[in-house]
Ligand binder design. Structure first.
Ligand SMILES: [Zn+2]
Length: 184
């Protein structure tokens, strides 16, 4: 086991080389893992996204995942991603980042960070920048080739929103680490 960490990769080894000290998660690791677990609440069979809003004191002030409007009759919608636009999920789904912002415990989100499992689309990017959220930390860069993601980069650059990608360890490492902590 080694005790090295980098900004990019999460090292969840629970013990140091002597089997003594326990490592703990960094804040980045902690919040991105919460975003990942939050994504599991989504009913979208193809794309589950989670987001966590964190203030300067490292307190979580909002979480969200992609889903249809709260308390709406879901029989009106479906999760189709191809076909005629009105028959797909796209016009109806509230994105994870939007839900995190809309459900936040405070409307003052300036200088907050948002941890999200997927690089934000331009619609979410506009809202993130408008709320003066200062940092975006994301896991997956899927769909980066789309114009909507290029627009996101323009919005972030123009409004000074900092954006960086994180990587997760293989899930075996994650699971082993959890088990090691539970049953040392
Ligand atoms: Zn979005």
């Amino acid at each position: 086991m080694n005790d090295e960490r980098s900004e990019q990769h999460i090292n969840l080894d629970a013990f140091n080389d002597h089997g003594e000290a326990r490592a703990s998660l960094t804040w980045d690791e902690y919040f991105i893992l919460i975003a990942l677990f939050t994504s599991l609440r989504s009913k979208d069979p193809r794309s589950k996204v989670g987001a966590v809003l964190v203030n300067r004191e490292k307190h979580i002030v909002g979480t969200g995942y992609n889903g249809f409007v709260r308390e709406a009759d879901e029989n009106f919608f479906n999760w189709r991603s191809d076909g005629e636009w009105l028959q797909t999920k796209y016009p109806y789904v509230v994105h994870a980042e939007q839900n995190a912002i809309l459900n936040a415990t405070t409307s003052e989100l300036a200088d907050c960070s948002i941890y999200t499992t997927l690089f934000p689309c331009n619609e979410c990017a506009r809202i993130i920048a408008q709320k003066r959220i200062k940092d975006v930390i994301y896991l997956s860069g899927k769909h980066m080739e789309l114009d909507s993601r290029k627009a996101t980069q323009v919005i972030f650059e123009a409004s000074g929103v900092k954006c960086r990608q994180m990587a997760l360890p293989p899930f075996e490492t994650l699971a082993q680490s959890v088990v090691k902590n539970l049953f040392p």
